[in-house]
Design a protein. Structure first.
Length: 286
């Protein structure tokens, strides 16, 4: 299975696309993970869920603002209603000569950095969202084009941004290998609450267990255990924020059978204990 190739058709007389995408839900990665040669900016208006970008998995929520470079696999899964603004363009949508002008050097660098995927933080999200809303209200023409340039300049100039994927992953994208990673992620998503069988997922890839360990480490820069723990801790943190369940119950419902081990892994991933995490969240909410 390979990541789905998405063919993006640009509207007549436009050099980029800008649209609002609404979905009732999309819970499975197999429904979501795809790639395309266009660069993409995605702004989440409404929804929470899980974001997959290359070899990284994280939770997302409203006001999530990310940028994906050409052919970087990505997808959002959620069991909720989701509304996102999606803006897509080629790296030379302004023309090959124009993008090489010195005044556009920072935007050209932004496109290069986006090969790893970019997540924008804090104040820049509010500033960018205002421009995005204006851009959507324009039906096209030079005013919409100029607003896109303004948005790109805001994203290029900010320091409130983090790369999503490792540089090594971004430089070594292979369509067939990415399809295999998708199979692994789908298997873990379906089974992380119980003991995950190495043999089962290796059989799905038609390789030996030893070859599977080497493959997953090379392609994701992580061990299979690290990937499983990320899924489990993401699930646990969501339970701690959205329920009154005791930590012991959260531990067992997240696929762990040892509270001490759960506490240690939670701190490794989240930087704090489950108890501190829950107290800090309650404090912020109050």
């Amino acid at each position: 299975m390979k990541p789905e190739y998405e063919k993006i058709v640009e509207p007549p007389a436009r050099s980029f696309t800008a649209k609002v995408v609404n979905r009732k839900n999309r819970p499975l990665l197999s429904q979501a993970w795809h790639f395309h040669p266009e660069i993409e900016i995605c702004f989440t208006r409404k929804s929470t869920g899980r974001r997959f970008v290359g070899n990284q998995i994280s939770d997302y929520q409203e006001m999530d603002l990310v940028m994906f470079g050409a052919n970087l696999p990505h997808g959002f899964t959620t069991d909720m209603y989701c509304s996102q603004v999606v803006i897509q363009m080629t790296h030379d949508f302004m023309g090959q000569v124009f993008i090489n002008k010195p005044e556009l050097r920072s935007i050209k660098m932004l496109f290069k950095r986006a090969k790893q995927g970019l997540e924008f933080k804090k104040g820049v999200k509010r500033k960018a969202s205002k421009v995005i809303n204006k851009l959507l209200k324009r039906g096209g023409g030079i005013s919409q084009f100029l607003l896109l340039l303004e948005l790109l300049q805001i994203l290029a100039d900010t320091n409130e941004v983090e790369a999503i994927c490792s540089e090594e992953f971004a430089l070594d994208l292979n369509e067939t290998q990415l399809g295999r990673i998708k199979i692994v992620y789908d298997h873990v998503m379906e089974n992380f609450k119980k003991e995950v069988s190495i043999k089962e997922v290796a059989d799905k890839l038609n390789i030996s267990e030893a070859a599977f360990y080497k493959f997953i480490k090379k392609q994701t820069k992580k061990t299979y255990t690290q990937i499983i723990n990320e899924f489990r801790i993401n699930h646990a943190s969501k339970l701690l924020m959205t329920s009154e369940k005791p930590i012991s119950q959260v531990c067992f419902e997240s696929g762990y059978n040892n509270i001490s081990y759960f506490n240690r892994k939670f701190k490794e991933v989240m930087g704090q204990t489950p108890h501190s995490f829950k107290n800090n969240y309650i404090g912020r909410r109050v």
